[in-house]
Each structure stands twice: as structure tokens, then as C-alpha cells.
Write a protein that binds this ligand. Sequence first.
Ligand code: NAD
Ligand code: ZN
Length: 689
Amino acid sequence: MIDAPPHAELSDQAAYAAAVQLAADAAAAYYGQGDSPLDDDAYDQLVRGIAAYEREHPEQVLPASPTGKVAGGAVVGDVPHTVPMLSLDNVFGPEDLADWAASLERRLGRTVTAWSVEPKLDGLAISARYRGGRLVQLVTRGDGSAGEDVSHAIGTVVGLPDRLADPVTVELRGEVMMTTEQFEQACAKRQAHDGSTFANPRSAAAGTLRAQDRPYVCELTFFGYGALPGPDDDSEPAARLRELPHSEIMTWVAGQGVQTTAATPVAGVVATSLEQVQERVEQIAAERAELPFGIDGIVIKCDLAADQEKAGFSSRAPRWAIAYKLPAVEKITKLLGVEWNTGRTGVIAPRAVLEPVTLDGSIVTYATLHNVADITRRGLMLGDSVVVYKAGDVIPRVESPVVHLRTGGEQPIAFPEVCPSCGDAIDKSQERWRCVRGRACRAIASISYAVGRDQLDIEGLADNRIQQLLDAGLITDFADLFTVTREQLLGLERMGETSTDKLLAAIERAKDRPLSRVFCALGVRGTGRSMSRRIARHFGAMQAIRDADAEALQVVDGIGPEKAPLVVAELAELGELIDKLIAAGVNMTEPGAVTAVAGAAEPASAELPLAGMSVVVTGAMSGPLEALSRNEVNELIERAGGKASSSVSAKTSLLVAGDKAGAKRTKAEGLGVRIVAPDEFAQMVGRFL
Ligand SMILES: NC(=O)c1ccc[n+]([C@@H]2O[C@H](COP(=O)([O-])OP(=O)(O)OC[C@H]3O[C@@H](n4cnc5c(N)ncnc54)[C@H](O)[C@@H]3O)[C@@H](O)[C@H]2O)c1
Ligand SMILES: [Zn+2]
């Protein structure tokens, strides 16, 4: 998954001592207020460098060194743990994992027949002590042998009930964290209070858990991953907890009303071979970007109590468990500049220029900044150290400035005074600034989008040709294309008879595109290809869409109360363009869709072959589907009554897997989703091809 990671090179004793000091300071900040100057990758590299130096110079090891400790630099509390709360050793890929498992099995003298595989939650470890079924104390991990009492947080942690289902005395262990939503709420509260925000969900959770006298309360989330009976408890339930496999302990924990990951897409599973472990690792990794909470790896544990007991512990970590690290998705880097660009709808969007960083396997140099209000809210400045986030296919984004790393040399970010594309004025009445010329400002971009393969599909209209038509004053928008004459085209440079006739024929064909594509070509903000198809299928005709008010639009899947009025406003703005299209004879209906009467249900579609099915397509298509673009396959799915989706989940009914189908196939297999080859699928939907 990732290569064995690099480490800091320490050349001499002074460099070593400085590194130890830096690591200790960083760890103290990390485990304390959550305001470390280093991101996790940088910290881990530093510690690996320290460890490498210590291997060469064992006589120079300093007592403050973080190596071999549970949490070098953590605030040590005064509440002793009944059983030490340890850290986890790491592996970084399949070979590493196999090596670790082999050495563990040598130690055990037998094969491990059951592994439990669960997400490594990116928060803080906590011990929750229940007496007679009542939550009486919360303790942090501290240095592993004693932690701090944070019982003041009782009542603010979702998933950690005050009372268990049974009146048992037990210590639950798990992770305290913030979901994405809780994090955003926490940032908003802090912003309102003192104008600052939290760097990331993990440090927000750390700071919040320890905060005692904040004037505002932020909600936290708990996920359990272990349960320990009291050390001297020899009751029947306690005895059972000592003997149950880890997986069954977790079922018991959930049964007590405590949150575990069981109900999430990354639920813990039991694997009976390393291949199965690796498969689950990949499935969890594939889910990561879409989870509503952060994970930074996968934890693999011996499931059986007997294996755990025999393997035992080192001073730092259990020998029966390992953390399979995933690549970092968040790093600290410098904000070098902000660029402003006008998009095809006239929206003026800022983009962050970053000092390049590697995130989740790729190099990131640009990240989104949303809009002016967002920049102001986050208090960003040029030259700031910023936390940048990217996972999977998501567009990298700047999360927040790391305020305590400011040097004083940071500069305010200048906002544009005029449209960066045409120099005209800016309409600042909405959060998203827009050029007053709207779509006309970037006519070339909106026309180019409209004639693209997935919209009107007009061949022979490259950007330079569109520019030529604009410059000659023959068109101002894409509707004008339908009224351009042969003579006008022939009058242009580099336009011969053949290419003119070809282009005219392509434009003529474009008049017959289904409504879904014509609607998509309009480029209504917030409606892409699949949304356009849903709208077209629901309303059946352009007139019905134009007649719809915000409430009527919300019947369409994916249009909420926020988006609906925007779509209505955009359609009004596009009214003239739509009228021109109608006048030119462009098709305005969706074949197969029944025009919806206001308030009526979706047309009956139960007889369609994919009725009620959610279908995902992956890999290369072959046979009758070979010539279709992905968008055309999705259109086909929807004509046949199904719903096209891009990611596999428990809700997926069918995966069409062609050649080179990778992660989606593995995931579908893991979830037991039905998988068909392109040929078989073509047969299923034959009459819609
Ligand atoms: N940025 C910094 O300055 C800085 C400083 C210190 C540590 N760190 C980061 O912290 C990490 C090391 O910290 P660590 O020792 O606290 O822990 P760790 O994250 O490497 O592993 C142990 C922890 O994993 C957690 N965990 C999550 N899911 C679990 C599950 N399903 N089962 C069991 N445990 C689970 C537990 O809290 C446990 O304490 C490093 O990777 C480092 O990047 C960063
Ligand atoms: Zn402009």
C-alpha cells in the first residue's frame, strides 16, 4: 500500500538531542491541547530517525526519548490504570503484515485461526469505567500506566451511555473522536467565541475532552473497541469476558447500548486467513474517504483470548495486535498564494497555491478554498502553515491555518476588485462572488461544456473553433449554434466545405438529444450529469421543469431545500437561452418518461429490468457496451429503470465489472453484491440498448 516510510537523518549527538527535544515538545502539544507544530507524518519520520540513531549509538540514548514509550510526552495523570493502556506497533503493507504474522505465530507455536480486523479510529484512547452498570469515571491513556480523570465530559459523548443495559461492573476501552459534523459544529462554536477554529477533528477532540471551563460545549463521539472485567471480579459475566473471542466481546459491548463500529461501513470482521485480512484492509481503505469520521489505519488483532494471552505484551504495545497504517490524508504545508478564477457559470473561485506535499499517494500543489466568506471565517493569511486534507478522489481542501505556527510575517489575502477573467465588476450579494456578466463572462467555457460528449455531443467544435465563432460575432451562447448558416461558417478562416457540412450535420443531430442532455448542457449550477438525468426523467419535459417551484423540485433525489431555490433562480436566468433553443427546434422532452403532474408519484416502472436496483459500473466495457462512454452506460441503466451510482456500498444491487475492475470489485465481493460481466449485463438490458 505504501513503501516503508523515510526517516529523519541525524548526523551527530547534538542533532539527536535536538530531535528528542522536538519530539517531546510535539508529543506534549499533540496529546495536550492538540496543537503540535508537526503533522503525524513528520512526527513519525522524526521518531524513526531517533530510533535509527539509537540503534547505532545505544550508549547515547536520552531518557526523554520517545522510543519504546506508549506516548512520549503525554500529560501523565494521577489515575492508575488497572491494565496498562498501550500503543500499537505498525506495519505499512502486505509484506510487513505477513512478516509480523509469521513472527507472532512462531512465538505462539501455532497458526492463528481467527483474526479480527477493524478500523483504526483516529481519536484518543479512553477508559470508561462502569460500576453496577453506571458510568462513573472517564480516564485518558496518559503515559499508559496512569491517565487523567476527564469525567467532566460524561454526558457530552455520543455513543457512551450513562447506563448500560445490564448492571455490570466493567471497563470499556475505545476511542473518543469528533465526526466531521461535530467538528464543523465545534469550529463554528469556537469561531463565534474567540474567532479561531480547530486544526482537525483529532486535535479538536483532544482539546475538548480535556477542556473544563469552556463557555461552550462541543459534542464528542465514542466507539468502543474493548471491554475488561474488574481485576478482582470473579462473577460469571466477568469470567465470560475473559474467555470470549474479541469479536464476541464487541457484540456484547454493542448489546449493552454502547456504540461500536458495527453499524458503520467499516465494521469489524473476523478473518480466517491473512488473504482475508488483506482483503478487508483494502475494503476499509476504500471506504475511508467517504466515512463521516477519521481513520488512520486498520487494527488487526488475534481474535481468540487464548492467542492474546499467550502472545502477551511488550512494554509499549500488545504483541497480539498491529496497526496497518494508511497513507496520511492530512498534512501541514505553507499557503504560498491564492489564485482567483472565473468559472463557466461566472462564479469567481479562489484556489490555494501550496508548497507541494504528498497526500494519500499523490502530490498536492493546489487546494480549494471555497469562497471569500470561507477564507474570512477561517482567518487564513498568506504564508500561513495550513492543514490540507485529501483522501481518495476528493478534491484537496485547505482545512485551517495552524495559528500557533505564525511567524508574524503572514500577509492578508487580497480579494479581487474586478472579475479576474474580463475585468468587469463583481456581484458580491451572495457568498459565492460572481462576475456581473454571469455566464457570458466565460462564454467559451460554458459553450465548450454544452457541446461536450456527455451533453449535446457536437463533434468538430474544439475550443479554438468556438473562440473563432465568438470572435466573429456569430454566437454568444450555445443556442446560437443552431442558427449559424453555411455561408457564415464558410466565411471563417480554415473552414472548408467538407468541415462546414460535417459541423452543420453534427449540430443538426444535436437537436434530437434527450432532454436530460439538453438540460445538462445548460450547466445549471449544482446539477451534473446524473442529476440532470433524474430531473429530466422526473419531469419529462422542459416546460414542466420550468413550471416547477422549489418545492416541486425537491421531489427529485439529491435536491434539498438549499439547492432547489438556486436551481429555480438559475433556470429563470437561463430563460432567454432556453427560449432560443426551443425556437431552434431542439428537443425538449425525455423519451420514456411520463410527464409528471405536480404532486404525482414517479411513473410506474416496476416492469423495467433494473427496477429498484442500484447499479455500479467498473472496469473496461466489452461486447455491445464497448463503444459506450461511462455516461452512456449510466443513461442506459436509468432507461432500464435502475439507478446509476459510482461507488459500491451495502445498498448496491448489481456491479457490472469489466476487465481491470479493481477495488470496486473487491469491495462488492466482500459485501456479497451480485457481479455480472458486461456481456451478461447487455443481455439484461438488451431492449434498451
Ligand atoms: N503530530 C505530532 O506531533 C504527534 C505527536 C505524537 C504522536 N503523534 C501520532 O500518534 C501516533 C502514535 O500514537 P499512539 O501511540 O497514541 O497511538 P497509535 O495511534 O499508533 O496506536 C494506538 C492507539 O490506537 C487507537 N485505536 C484506534 N482504533 C483502535 C482499535 N480498533 N483497537 C485498538 N486501538 C485502537 C487507540 O487509541 C490506541 O491507543 C503516531 O502515529 C503519531 O503520528 C503525533
Ligand atoms: Zn467576468
